[in-house]
Design a protein around this ligand. Structure first.
Ligand code: SF4
Length: 176
């Protein structure tokens, strides 16, 4: 099993490397394609997500390998699950994974809909990393190198401003 994998198709437009930490996602968004792409039952997908077997050990192995290859591309967590869904309160895989990636000087992109729960690991991020806060139709990218995208000014009214302002990597805001 690879923990860090090369993405395919349209996903590559966003990030060429990614990690999926959990077997499902309890956010259970109605439009989620996670169950389909992982060949799981949609009903079960959101009910009892668990850590992928051996994921942290494999992240360690893969991070070492990518580091030796002098990898500079960012690694996204996660396309097919949410790193900060409630189960992560127990397992803290997101933090463990970030710690490993940073130990190997690899770049991280966090993609989550978990709101302020995701704030707890900002202390591990640096200016080469990114934090993406996604709502149903809203994507926010907080990074020195990437813009922040929102679908309309209406959405800004729903965003928790201290949450955004507190991001150490928040440099630009773009509304579209
Ligand atoms: S947050 Fe993402 S992975 Fe989780 S259910 Fe929603 S679309 Fe799927």
């Amino acid at each position: 099993m690879k923990a860090i994998y090369e993405t395919k198709g349209r996903a590559r437009e966003y990030c060429e490397l990614a990690i999926n930490l959990y077997t499902g996602c309890s956010h259970n968004c109605i439009y989620c394609y996670g169950a389909a792409v992982t060949h799981q039952d949609k009903e079960r997908w959101g009910q009892n997500p668990q850590p992928r077997k051996g994921i942290i050990v494999q992240i360690q192995r893969d991070a070492e390998r990518y580091s030796k290859l002098n990898e500079k591309r960012p690694i996204l967590m996660c396309f097919v699950t949410d790193p900060y869904q409630p189960v992560d309160d127990t397992h803290r895989l997101a933090r463990k994974a970030i710690l490993i990636l940073k130990a190997y000087d690899l770049r991280v992109v966090i993609l989550t809909k978990a709101g302020i729960r995701a704030q707890r690991d900002w202390d591990l991020l640096d200016k080469r990393d990114a934090f993406c806060f996604a709502l149903t139709r809203c994507l926010v990218l907080c990074l020195s190198e990437l813009p922040i995208l929102l679908p309309s000014p209406t959405f800004t009214n729903h965003l928790h401003q201290p949450y955004l302002v507190g991001c150490p990597h928040l440099h630009q805001l773009f509304f579209c």
